[in-house]
Design a protein around this ligand. Structure first.
Ligand code: NAP
Ligand code: F7E
Length: 339
């Protein structure tokens, strides 16, 4: 039985990856942070599973990661833990760097010390492309991060490559473009939209306030993307891969699609900070721009080229954009109906 250690197991991707590895017959270990209230986040439904084990640790505490390696004796480590919200990275740039940058070195050093044959996956991100130097972005596209989060993740990306080259470790980075799901945190734009659309349709909220409507993202589903992480650790040689859909859409298009899934047609008016949308059926304003959600520096366009992952890993996505939006909206509609 293979043993895997997942950092960030309580998050969106950690929960889908834990499900995938349990299905594959792994002994799954996850690290979680101590909090004042016991909170299993997205793995609440897995608590009690025979082959799932939780260890208290923190990416900023090297000793705790060494202990996690000793306790799990992991064959594979998936490093998904991060301060993952870009907007917060301007408010907490040092914590973001400690967790998302130095934390990666802590994990790599713990592996090197306890079990150097253990395979390592690093959760790199399309945010490293930032002010994009090429369209679409692929593994060879130069990086230009635009936030403290993107900068910290770039360190994590390079230190992973460096440990691979310096110590011959099996270490990979997945450069994953935005991926969402019913389990996405409500601060991220997609979930903020689907949650608000469901609440507005149910008469429990009047209006949704958003920032930059023109930003373009390449959105896939987390369940498809965790399969790519696993595939990266099953190859003969370690390498880095872009995982994306190859399609890009504006935030405004996501808003339209979410309301459409609830049979609400929108009409758009104005532009920039004065933009708003009304419900065609009754003329009520249901979406408007609030500049407080604009970022100090924006990533305007992300569009990934997943050809290498498709060809070399045999990775394929199963959930398209329409299904992604529908799944998220229906899950929020169901939840809102019980509020
Ligand atoms: P998420 O839902 O925000 O989950 C982040 C996880 O990291 C949570 O389990 C969180 O624990 C944990 N964590 C945060 N700080 C920690 C610390 N100091 N020590 C230990 N654990 C800590 O993020 P996600 O969407 O699943 O993303 C997973 C990874 O992929 C992240 O590294 C993210 O940066 C990266 N990524 C995400 C995307 C995307 O679109 N989703 C794209 C590219 C890369 P708590 O539950 O205690 O907060
Ligand atoms: O923003 C715009 C915002 O916060 C997407 C993380 O998983 O993916 C994620 O980072 C876009 C940005 O995700 C609002 O300005 C407009 O252009 O959903 P987001 P993100 O910043 O792309 C990458 C790949 C990661 O690695 C990260 O960990 O939407 N936007 N209005 C808004 N964004 C938010 N959050 N809220 C708004 O009201």
């Amino acid at each position: 039985m293979k043993k895997a250690l997942i950092t960030g197991i309580t998050g969106q991707d950690g929960s889908y990856l834990a499900e995938l590895l349990l299905e594959k017959g792994y002994e799954v270990y996850g690290i979680m942070r101590r909090k004042s209230t016991l909170d299993y986040g997205n793995i609440d439904h897995l608590i009690g599973a025979e082959h799932l084990h939780l260890i208290y640790a923190d990416m900023t505490d090297f000793v705790s990661l060494v202990n996690a390696m000793r306790e799990s004796d992991a064959d594979e480590v998936y490093n998904l833990a991060a301060q993952s919200f870009v907007a917060t990275s301007w408010e907490q740039p040092l914590a973001t760097a400690e967790i998302d940058a130095v934390g990666v070195t802590n994990m790599l050093e713990a592996i090197k010390l306890v079990k150097p044959s253990c395979r390592f996956y690093q959760a790199s991100t399309s945010e490293m492309f930032g002010l994009v130097q090429e369209i679409p972005q692929k593994e060879t596209t130069p990086f230009y991060p635009r936030s403290p989060y993107g900068v910290a993740k770039l360190y994590g990306h390079w230190i992973t490559k460096n440990y691979r080259e310096s110590y011959n470790m099996y270490a990979c980075s997945g450069i994953l473009f935005n991926h969402e799901s019913e389990r996405r945190g409500k601060e991220f734009v997609t979930r903020k939209i689907t949650d608000a659309a469901a609440r507005i349709a149910a008469g429990k909220q009047d209006c949704l306030e958003l920032g930059n409507m023109e930003a373009k993202r390449d959105w896939g589903h987390s369940k498809d993307y965790v399969r790519a992480m696993w595939l990266m650790l099953q190859q003969d040689t370690p390498d880095d891969y872009v995982v994306a859909t190859g399609e890009t859409r504006m935030v405004r298009e996501f808003v339209d699609a979410a309301f459409e899934a609830l049979d609400i047609a929108l009409e758009w008016h104005g532009e920039g900070a004065d933009e708003y949308a009304t419900n065609k059926a009754n003329g009520k304003t249901v979406v408007k721009v609030n500049p407080k959600f604009f970022r100090p520096a924006e990533v305007e366009l992300l569009l990934g080229d997943p050809t290498k992952a498709e060809k070399e890993l045999g990775w394929e996505r199963e959930i398209d954009f329409k299904e992604l939006v529908t799944r998220m909206v229906l899950a929020d509609k169901e939840r809102v109906s019980h509020e």
